[in-house]
Design a protein around this ligand. Structure first.
Ligand code: SAH
Length: 476
């Protein structure tokens, strides 16, 4: 199984910097299913080609300790020869830095569009040439396709599903690798690894920025997730959500927390909130805690300091926030024992997620106001019916308190009306008064058999109440 990548933008040998593989060397890497070799059949300043040759060990797959899920039930099969999910795994392992869009020595190359060609020697496509075109042409690739007959000696047997494909496009290398990583397994019927939530997370991460707009996104999600309809549905729903944010350019996109942070710095409200939430979680004597909509991980950091908590999971729909959280918490540098206590997960609170079941407590800090009101019911089911931790600590702004902040007041209060104010943040879909929050929270408690009590966070103004309101839900 052979993948070649050719760069014809001078200096073409820059490809070596991007792939982190020297053009003058031959290298080999052990993978769980065999060995990968990287070498450059040509490496001039005008044209440089890197080849990734996979030597899949079909016997080892069946016999060896790395037996891969029983899918390969015979010794003779096409696995060693066709591009498949093995190719994706090899790309992810051998070209990890390039796939992640990093280059230690030449970072400026990462986003540089290069005139690239990729060649896949044997690619299965049961839908033939048209299916290959439907996948790659919307992404801007020029395709050259050669279909192979089943046997040259017997033309009457007709065509095989195997094709040789050449793709050409001017784009950053990372984009080409990402498209191959997702689309090669889509073409192959087998999947050597277990398809589960982790694959969904990968698809969403690798699909960021292009999959939501792809006309075949449904088919891609279904096939990538190996026809597991529930996973594919989740993927599509999340892609649709991403799509709406992606329609803004990064300049137009509001910095999710900026305005809020400025306001809150004056009050150090954020610190008070985290302190109050932490106290409520400690009081619940939880040993396992979810931080739902964990953002950049402010609460997670505090949870790590509580010895009694041995399992902490932060979940967020924003991959960017999770990356920042991971950096801030220095997850890659934590000692093993600490590292084992905490996990970050990509997911949405709109969809039932089995990974969230079985926890003692959950924090939902300043998240509900980001959800569209018609979707609150879905959130309630996910948290209170399915995940169902014994304790849920939930905070949200108190809109009444906005009258304390000059910049937010539109109409000052009159004897008959409370002040009319703007919301604290552009992404808030609503902010509740104390009465509105109580009504919602008591409704939830009623519907899902929880008890709820309310606590103020921050200075409790006699007329307007506190800036943040908190509900602590508990069930037996
Ligand atoms: N709890 C954090 C972040 C609050 S900002 C803190 O207090 O600092 C709101 C967070 O909710 C953002 O990180 C946003 O990405 C996340 N979020 C919004 N909608 C979500 C959804 N449907 N599922 C999961 N997280 C969501």
């Amino acid at each position: 199984m052979l993948l070649t990548i050719t760069n014809t933008t001078p200096d073409a040998r820059d490809l070596g910097w991007l792939l982190h593989k020297h053009p003058d060397r031959v290298q080999a890497f052990d993978l769980s299913f065999g060995r990968a070799h990287v070498f450059y059949p040509e490496a001039s300043a005008d044209r440089c080609t890197a080849a990734l040759l996979l030597d899949v060990d079909p016997v080892g797959l069946i016999r060896g300790k790395n037996r891969q899920g029983g899918l390969l039930d015979q010794y003779v099969n096409d696995r060693p020869f066709v591009a498949s999910s093995f190719m994706s795994v090899a790309i992810a392992q051998v070209f990890a830095t390039a796939l992640a869009g990093r280059s230690k020595d030449r970072p400026e190359l990462v986003s540089k569009p290069l005139s690239l060609e990729a060649g896949l020697s044997v690619l299965p496509s049961r839908g033939g040439e048209s299916f290959l075109r439907r996948l790659f042409e919307p992404l801007g690739y020029d395709l050259a396709i050669e279909r192979h007959s089943l046997d040259d000696q017997f033309p009457q047997w007709g065509d095989s599903p195997y094709h040789t494909l050449r793709l050409a496009r001017t784009c950053p290398l990372q984009e080409l690798l990402t498209h191959l990583y997702v689309l090669v397994p889509v073409l192959d019927n087998y999947k050597h690894y277990y398809v589960g939530q982790e694959e969904l997370t990968k698809l969403l991460a690798k699909g960021e920025g292009w999959l939501a707009a792809h006309p075949e996104k449904e088919l891609i999600a279904k096939r990538y997730l190996k026809y597991q309809p529930s996973l594919a549905r989740q993927a599509l729903a999340q892609l649709v959500e991403d799509d709406t944010t992606d329609s803004l350019t990064s300049d137009e996109r509001p910095d999710p927390n900026q305005d809020e942070q400025v306001l809150e710095r004056q009050l150090s409200l954020n610190d008070q909130r985290i302190g109050t939430v932490l106290a409520a979680i400690r009081a619940s004597r939880a040993a396992s805690v979810l931080d739902l909509g964990c953002g950049e991980g402010r609460l997670l950091r505090e949870l790590l300091t509580v010895k009694e908590i041995d399992r902490i999971v932060g979940l967020d729909v924003s991959i960017r926030s999770l990356e920042i959280a991971s950096e801030r918490l220095r997850l890659d540098r934590l000692p093993d024992r600490q590292r084992g206590r905490i996990e970050l997960m990509h997911g949405s609170l709109m969809y039932r997620d089995r990974r969230l079941e079985g926890f003692d407590a959950a924090a939902v800090i300043e998240v509900v106001e980001h959800l569209d009101p018609p979707r609150l019911a879905a959130f309630e089911r996910v948290v209170f019916r399915h995940a169902r931790p014994r304790t849920v600590v939930l905070t949200t702004p108190n809109r009444e308190y906005n009258a304390m902040w000059d910049g937010l007041v539109i109409d000052p209060p009159s004897p008959d009306h409370p002040a009319n104010t703007k919301l604290r943040h552009a992404d808030h879909r609503f902010e509740w008064t104390r009465a509105e929050f109580r009504a919602w929270a008591e409704g939830v408690a009623d519907r899902y058999a929880y008890a709820v009590r309310f606590l103020p966070v921050g200075p409790d103004d006699p007329a307007l109440g506190p800036p943040t309101q908190m509900g602590v839900f508990t069930c037996e």
